[in-house]
Design a protein around this ligand. Structure first.
Ligand SMILES: [Zn+2]
Length: 113
């Protein structure tokens, strides 16, 4: 289920995160929201516990990223970032386009969930 290229994730992430990772990638819960005409974009990973924003594959808005990556420096990524990498590689990302002036509304909807 995990492509060989990403087998390193089995060491990097806890077992429960691997299950969630496979779930969000194959269920196509990884979205790329792109704003036009600027081209600004971010990813949104809709996990069971909530939807989290991933920027540039090196920042995620989840608590695990804050605790395990930034504060405790135990890992380099959370499963949401891994999901973005894998889904992009496997062509499983859903792209959603918006107009630039919809950015604030879209962000508010995400954070209100
Ligand atoms: Zn995350």
């Amino acid at each position: 289920m995990i492509p060989a290229k990403y087998s390193f994730l089995r060491k990097e992430l806890p077992k429960r995160s691997i299950r969630k990772l496979i779930d969000v990638v194959y269920r196509r819960k990884v979205e790329r929201h792109i704003f036009l005409p600027s081209g600004f974009s971010f990813y949104l990973v809709r996990g069971r516990e909530g939807a989290y924003i991933v920027f540039d594959r090196n920042y995620c808005s989840c608590i695990d990223f804050l605790l395990s990556v930034i504060i405790r420096e135990e890992r380099k990524l959370c499963y949401h970032i891994a999901a973005v990498m894998m889904a992009e590689d496997m062509n499983l990302v859903r792209t959603i386009e918006h107009k630039d002036d919809e950015l604030e509304t879209v962000l508010r909807e995400i954070f209100m969930q």
